[in-house]
Design a protein. Structure first.
Lengths: 390, 282
């Protein structure tokens, strides 16, 4: 196997924060595009804030925010013209680094069996604008999944290694946010090239920028910036502190792995299964859920074949199908699998929780199932059975 | 696992072409295929490991190796036709080409079992993943204590490898016991479930290693019977089956508790999985 190294840990050079104004932020987008990056950032579409190609800062959701609760996501107008005045939407950067559908290979019948065609050239590297702290953690978690084991995902490695990450320290928390209790935000601590904090009030609209890598520092050096004094740095601190204090939810992670692994027969699984539709929304919006299936196709002549990888979900009946039936036939067993994997088994498998506290699974659940409430319910009445590593 | 056992391609999801050299029909829906690579050598494998086998344009399935690990010339697989891909593999004619990735997964602890009594317990198609271990053990039987192969099938017509079972049974260094769920007029042997065979063979529970492969319900009852007989949970090894798409721990399908059956298994020790094996639908 090819020892593909995980992306270089982005080393943090001594960072003197600088200030960009709106024109400076546009210059950042322009500079990334000029360097060949496919620049992706938040924009409005279909009544939500999604991630897509952006060239101009006017494409950002200027003056919009979101109101989120269990089973609820609504866009609302802000009183100001903030560019990043909202929390996370239904998509995550997973959509780009670990796309919903990916052609793995094409093959052609030959006189001697079949031959797999050469790989297509790699696409332009991504630059992500506005990556939240929880999302940086989610990317780091998928790095462990796809790059940290004996076998690596070559497609993910190629997309990940070229990516330029512009982080954003959150200026607002949604009702579904709980990164503060997961230790994953709202401040971007590491894993970015540049981190921004939006400073907006009646007197100014600036972005405090800190480099997190040599590449980030090199880019900042060519942008129209001005030094950020201690007052701006203090204002940025206050933004993050206010967001941290505004979390809509929290999850108590103390002993949670052991609690869930000891309670596969807890009656709460039946209770949540009575509400769960097994629709798989939570796994689609989750920035760390990584499961995929593959589909093999041929053309009508049967001479060309391809294999496509697609996102899959542990909530579907097919997911666990083996000859004779599905291992997890009931909705109860599928919800238990998802939540126990996310909050417990993940730690055994990858040395980290699979949850970053972004709250997407809560907002986008059509019946408003709340992972923080489900965990709290099991904690409130833990069972007795020693199921060990069940 | 040693580097010799690692799959060769840089992209572990790309199958390599292998030619079907020989096909043997085992039962109505089971065939054993001998495969040789179109390019390169045959990687080594350890008994208990599996390959992903691809039928062009149809699909790919995990199949345990069933041949002799000492044979460096081919991979041997025993496949039952249960779906589109496995049916295409079973129907593959000599000379045709299949795709192959592997070998993957954990192995039967054959070397670690030396010096112990050895119970090899198989149900149905579960004899196939155990056959490489049987070959390895019988090639050096003097290194083990008493050796027994216990095998159960639905009926006499569904039993695999009957010629070999007879040959092994004729040896002085191994006991072979076979049972069927449903006898026919030709059958004069045991009728009943596999765990019931355990009382028919001699072994020292305090010094026994057991290798189990078969349907999950058979694994559960066999492990329970062995535990009741006094065999240590850490010396009972089970080969688990789960849905697999990638075989390299990336697709998530084969999770069984915190283990990925493809890379942590398929062979797992009972003491590690006993609690979750008792939970339905885990």
């Amino acid at each position: 196997m090819q020892p593909t190294a995980p992306p270089d840990p982005q080393t943090a050079p001594p960072a003197e924060p600088v200030l960009l104004d709106r024109a400076g932020l546009q210059a950042l987008l322009d500079a990334l595009a000029a360097r060949g990056f496919d620049v992706i950032g938040p924009t409005l579409r279909d009544g939500a804030i999604v991630y897509d190609r952006i060239a101009r800062i006017e494409a950002l959701p200027v003056g919009w925010t979101d109101r989120q609760d269990a089973g609820c996501y609504r866009l609302e107008r802000r009183a100001d013209a903030a560019l990043f005045g909202y929390a996370v939407g239904p998509q995550s950067w997973k959509r780009f680094l670990h796309p919903p559908e990916e052609l793995l290979w094409r093959a052609r019948r030959t006189a001697d069996g079949f031959a797999i065609e050469a790989e297509p050239p790699p696409p332009a590297p991504f630059a992500f604008i506005g990556v939240r702290a929880c999302e940086l953690h989610a990317i780091a978690i998928q790095d462990r999944v796809f790059l940290g084991g004996a076998h690596q995902d070559p497609g993910y490695a190629a997309r990940r290694q070229g990516a330029f990450l512009v982080a954003l320290n959150c200026g607002t928390a949604a009702g579904t946010c709980f990164c503060a209790s997961m230790g994953t935000g709202p401040r971007a601590e590491a894993g970015f090239d540049i981190a921004l904090t939006e400073l907006i009030d009646v007197d100014r609209h600036d972005f405090l920028a800190v480099a997190g890598s040599d590449a980030g520092a090199a880019l900042l050096a060519v942008l129209p910036t001005r030094p950020a004094g201690p007052e701006a740095a203090a204002a940025a601190e206050a933004v993050v502190a206010h967001t941290a204090a505004s979390m809509g939810r929290q999850l108590d992670t103390v002993g949670l792995k052991e609690l869930l692994q000891a309670n596969p027969e807890h009656p709460r699984w039946d209770e949540v299964a009575a509400r769960c539709l097994a629709c798989a929304n939570c796994t689609m919006v989750c920035p760390t859920c990584f499961c995929t299936s593959v589909a093999d196709h041929t053309d009508l002549t049967g001479t060309e074949a391809e294999r496509v990888k697609r996102w899959d979900s542990c909530f579907t009946a097919d997911f666990s199908y083996i000859h004779g039936g599905s291992v997890r036939a009931s909705g109860k067993s599928r919800y238990r699998q998802w939540m126990t994997h996310k909050l417990a088994h993940w730690i055994d498998q990858f040395g980290t929780s699979g949850c970053v506290g972004c709250g997407r699974c809560i907002a986008w659940c059509p019946v408003g199932i709340d992972i923080t409430a489900e965990a709290a319910a099991i904690r409130a009445t833990p069972g007795k059975g020693p199921h060990g590593n069940a | 696992m040693s580097a010799r056992l690692a799959p060769s391609p840089a992209d572990p999801m790309r199958p390599a072409p292998w030619r079907v050299r020989a096909v043997r029909r085992e039962t109505a829906d089971v065939a054993t295929l001998a495969l040789e690579p179109l390019e390169g050598g045959v990687p080594g494998f350890a008994p208990g490991q599996f390959n992903m086998i691809y039928a062009f344009g149809i699909g790919e399935v995990p199949v345990s190796l069933s041949g002799d690990p000492a044979d460096p010339t081919r991979f041997v697989h025993t496949v039952r036709a249960v779906g589109a891909a496995s049916a295409a593999i079973v129907a593959a004619a000599p000379g045709s080409v299949l795709g192959l990735r592997g070998p993957f997964g954990s192995a039967w602890p054959v070397d670690a079992a030396e010096g112990h009594d050895l119970l090899i317990v198989a149900g149905g198609l579960g004899l196939a993943p155990l056959r490489p271990a049987i070959y390895q053990v019988l090639a050096a039987s003097e290194r083990f204590g008493r050796i027994a192969v216990l095998y159960g099938g639905r009926g006499p017509a569904e039993l695999l490898f009957r010629d070999e079972l007879a040959a092994w049974g004729a040896r002085a260094d191994v006991t072979v016991a076979i049972t069927v769920d449903h006898a026919d007029p030709s059958w004069h042997g045991h009728v009943g479930v596999v765990p019931a065979l355990i009382e028919h063979v001699g072994f020292d529970p305090a010094n026994t290693v057991a290798l189990l492969c078969g349907p999950e319900v058979m694994l559960r009852f066999t492990a329970t019977t062995l535990r009741a007989a006094g065999v240590a949970a850490g010396r009972i090894f089970l080969s688990m089956e789960r849905n697999m798409k990638c075989a390299i721990g990336l697709c998530g399908h084969c999770q069984f508790g915190a283990d990925f059956v493809c890379k942590d298994g398929p062979v797992l020790p009972y003491d590690r999985i006993a609690a979750r094996l008792a939970v339905r639908e885990i």
